[in-house]
Ligand binder design. Sequence first.
Ligand code: EPU
Length: 417
Amino acid sequence: MKQIKIDGGNILSGTINISGAKNSAVALIPASILSDDVVTIDNIPNISDIAALNEILNYLGAKVTLENGTITIDPKTIENKEIPREVSSKLRASYYFMSALLGKYKHVEMYFPGGCKIGARPIDQTLKGFTALGAEVKEEDSKFTLDAEELIGGHVYLDMPSVGATINTMLVAVRAKGLTIIENAAKEPEIVDVATFLNNMGAKITGAGTSEIRITGVDKLSGCFTEVIPDRIEAGTYVIAGALMGDKLRIQNIIPEHIEALTLKLKEMGVDIDIGKDYIVVSHSDRLKHVNIKTLGYPGFATDLQQPLTPLLTQCTGVSKLEETIYENRFQNVPYLNEMGAEIEIKGRTIEVHGPTKLVGTEVIATDLRAGACLILAGLKASGTTVVKDVDHVLRGYENIIEKLTNVGAKIVLEEI
Ligand code: EPU
C-alpha cells in the first residue's frame, strides 16, 4: 500500500509540464489493434492505467515496445482470446478492447470493465451500439460474449452523451460495412483525438467533436503515427493548485480552450490567472468569491475536475453550490475535507461549501482517482501534515505527481507502507 505525505502551506512557483491525456491514451492503445500494421503513439503518460493496457496487449500477443513515452504496437501477431476478469477489472478503458476486437475479428469474450467506484457506470449504451451494428450480445456472470456474422453500419442514438459508448461505437463502425451515424455523441476532446487517429489509419470519420458523428466503414486500416493531446484534467488540477498556493505558477504544454469552463469559473471567483497560447500562469489570492457550478459533458464543467476544485471552494467567501450531474457517487472526498476543517453539506447531488475555512492536515483516504487529487490539493493548502492513504488510485492517472509538485516547491513524498 502506498500513501502520500504532504507538509502544507508552501508556496508553489515555477513550471509544471502537462503529460499526455490519460483518457485519450487509454482509448488510442486499444484502438491501435484495429490497424493491420504497426502504429506508433507518442506522449503516452507514465501511469498505471497504461501499464494495465500494456498487460492486455502482451496477453493477446501483440508486439509492444514502450520507451520514453512512445509506444509502438504491432498487432499482426494478436490472437483473439478471452480477456480474463482480473485484467479487465483493473480499469474502465479495458472495454475499448471489446469494441476493437469485435470490429476486427467479429467475436470477443471479456468481462465487465473496472474503474473508479463513483457510480453504477453501466455499459448499456455501448452494448446498444454493438447491437445496432449487427452484433449479438450474450452476458453471463459479468462475462460478455459478442458475435457478428457481419458488421453493418447503423443509426445509433445514445440516451446520454457517453464518452465510452461514443468511442466504442466508433471503434466497431470503422470496420463495419456502410454508414454509421452516432447521434447525441459525446463531444470531449479525447473523442476527437481517437477519431483523428483512426482517420490517420485510413478510417472515414466526420463530425467528431459535435453531437453527430458519421463513420463510413473501410476494409483495411494501415499503420500510422500520432501524438496524445495534453491531459486537460491534469492541467486543470495543477491550475487549481496554483489558485490555492501559487506564486506565478506556470502550467505548460496545454490547450487552454479544453479547460475554459474551469478558467471562466476561476475568473468569476477572482483568481489571478493569465491565459497564454499553450500555458496558464496562476497565483493564489486571499479574497475569492463563492460560485455555483454544475458538471456537464464537454464543453461544460468537467465532472473530473469537480473534486479537485472543492478545496478551492472552501477558501471562497460565502456559500458555493456544486451540482454533480454525471455520477451518483462522486462526493466521497467530502467527509475527508470536513475532517480537515471544511464545512461542506451534501444535499442529494449537490454540495454546499461554506467558506472560507482553515484546512488542517490529518489522515485521509483517496477513495478514487479524483478524490485523491482533491485531498492532495487540500493537503498543499492545509497547515501541518496531511497523509493521503490508498494513493494507488492517484498513480493510475497522474504522471510523476510527486516530482512535478516537488519541483515547484511542495513538500510531498510517496511512502510504501
Ligand atoms: N452511462 C450509462 N450507460 C452507459 C454509459 C454511461 O448510464 O452505457 C452513464 C454513466 O454511468 C455516467 C454517465 O453516463 O453516469 C457518463 O458516462 P461516460 O460513459 O461518459 O463515462 P466513461 O466513458 O465511463 C469517461 C472517463 C471518465 C470521465 C467520463 C465523463 C475514461 C476512461 N473515463 O468515462 O474519467 O469522468 O468519461 O467525462 O475515459 C476519470 O478520469 O477520473 C474518469 C472517471
